[in-house]
Every structure is written in C-alpha cells, then in structure tokens.
Design a protein around this ligand. Sequence first.
Ligand code: GLA
Length: 392
Amino acid sequence: MTETAQMKNLFTEHYGPAAGPLYCYFAPGRVNLIGEHIDYNGGYVFPAAVSLGIYAAIRFRPDSVVNLKSVNAAGGVTVDLTRPIAYQEEDGWGNYPKGVLRYLQAEGRQLKGCDILFRGTLPDGAGLSSSAALLVLTAYMLLHANGETAIDRPQLARFCQRIENEFIQVNCGIMDQFAVAMGRKECAILLDCETLDCEYIPLALKSHSLIIMNTGKKRELTESRYNERRRECEQALAILRRQRPLKNLCQATLSEVEEFLPEGAVRKRARHVVSENGRVAKAIEFLRAGDILGFGGLLTASHDSLKNDYEVSGPELDAIVARALAYPGCIGARMTGAGFGGCAIALVEQGSAEAFAAAVAGGYQKVTGREPQFYAAGIGDGVKLLETWGGG
Ligand code: GLA
C-alpha cells in the first residue's frame, strides 16, 4: 500500500468515513551535511531534506473545532478556534500545531475547523528535526488546503522558527525549518544564514552513499547547553567587535580568534565556528570538483571540531563516528544537528551499507551497550501536497 493510501485508511479509522475533500501532505526531516552550529552565527550551512518525515491528512469541518491526532501517540488535542490558544505542558507534541494555529490567527487569517491526523516516520529525539517538520507541515497544510497555493517558503520557514522560539521557547536558528520548507530531491541546500540566500547543490556522491546512524541516545540537556553555546558565541563576537565592526562571528578570521579572545571556552567555541564556516566553503568546492574523498575528510574534521572545540558531541556520538571511520569503505563521518546524542552521518562506499551497519553496530554496542539504527538516506523534496481525495 502506498503511504498516502495508508494515511487515507488511518484517517477514516480515526475520524470516520469521507465527508468532504481530504488532503494528504508530507514534510521531511533533515540532515545537515556540514556547517554545524553556524546558523545562529550568520554563516553558511549545508543541510538536505531526507525521505523520512511526517505525513498528515486534513479534512475541514463546518465548525470552529480543530482536532489533532497522531498515529504515533495516544490521545490527541482539541482546539477551539474561537478561544485563546495557549501553550500547555500536557498537550506535548500538540503544542507545535497549536502554535501554528495561534500565530496564523495573529496574522489575521480566518481559520476553519478541521480534523488532522499525523504519522511520523522519523525516529523520536534523534535530532533529525521532527519539530521543524511538524511546524512547517502544519503551517503549509493549513494555508495550502485553504486555497493558498503561492506560499513563500523562506517566509514560511521564518514564521515557523518564530513559533519555535516564542511559543515553544526553543532558541533554535533557521536551518531546520528552512531545510524542511525548501528541500529539493537529490540536492543539498547551501544557505547563507545572514541573508537567507540559498543555492541548490546536487549531492552527487559518485560511488558513495550517505548513511544516517542513530546512536539511540536521545538528546538530553540539549537546550540548556545549546543556549550556553549561543551565549559563548555572543561573548566572542562582542570581544572581537572591539577590534572591527563584524556583522557576525563567521566573519572573523582564525588569527583574530587566536589573538583577541582569552584562552578557554569562548576562544574554543569561536575557533569551531570560524573553522567550520571555512569547511563549508571548502566542502562545496570539493563537491563541485567531484572530490568526494576530500568532501568526506571535511565531515570528519567537522566532527573533531564539534567534539574538541565546541564540545557538543558525547560518548555515543564519538563512539559511532569512530566505529564508522574504522570501516574501510567509510570516507568521512560526523555528528549532525545540535549534538549531545541523536544521529551521525557517514559517507560509505556504495553497496556496502549492510556490511557497514553490521560492523559499526557490533563495535558500537560493545562500547555503549546501545543498539544503533541505520538509514540509507534518500534526499527528497521539502514540504508538499501528496494527494487529494474528493477535492475539486
Ligand atoms: C539545532 C537547531 C538548528 C542548528 C543546529 C546546529 O538543530 O535547531 O537551528 O543550530 O541545532 O547546527
């Protein structure tokens, strides 16, 4: 059965048989290939939308009630559009779509009642941006199913980032929402986080494949340490600005970092940021020149920098990356996303995915006692309508 046919069946199970048009949408998760902890420092990131993500089916209702249910979680959340919408701890994941409803209303949009069913295929807490996918999916779907077809995707990404920052109160950058909204099949997105200018670069990995490795360690304490890193970067920038007017930390040079920042955490964080931004530029050069080996080497250098200078890796991420690199057909590996658990990526010789997974799993399990998961990552499109039933 296709994913959409399955969604239609599940929708009927949850909400009853057809009564008006039903629409099915999809939003992908993302991996970041390189450029980690760079988006909030104004430099370049290089994410791609993956084929895992969240499906949603929506049908409008004649009243002002919005029902939110998920195949992945029991219960559900009901919202009355005529009443104020507030964040409530007990609503869990439902706060994401609630935030979208509230912020769309605040923009003056007239929303209709609807029944929505979600189904996610992204592993939970794995750092593949399921929250960005849920926000962008809900916002896109509500606008699109309501007849708005010319949706400005970068603006949609900004809108969803604002909801995550203000309503969910997670101080993230723009990368995840942007990748989910703007993804393109077989391409990664070179995004300038200062201007939001972007370019699609075909992810032509020649005889290698991209493998996602889930450490099975859920991200913990991510938020407080993420905020701490952001503060350290702000401190570094404030000090460097005494020397010259920098727009953002990525504009600093490595020699300025070494010369003007005091030895210790702040200097190390800045060293990661400036060197990582440089690696993104180099990675694009290598990809364009078809130098996949060079590209892979930069992934590994990025991991080392995140581990030693930015200190956002962890025993599980380090162990899985080390096991991956020990495999002869692996030419590069690194953690992806915020860190502190979640997923890593590896570039592995085509055709050896299974042998690779077996080799890495064995060694990794021995060291950490956890069972990792592996996904061959298809690179797909951003949020989109998949199918409509009974519509005009
Ligand atoms: C999380 C945030 C992003 C970005 C990454 C680190 O995924 O949501 O905005 O900062 O961490 O690169």
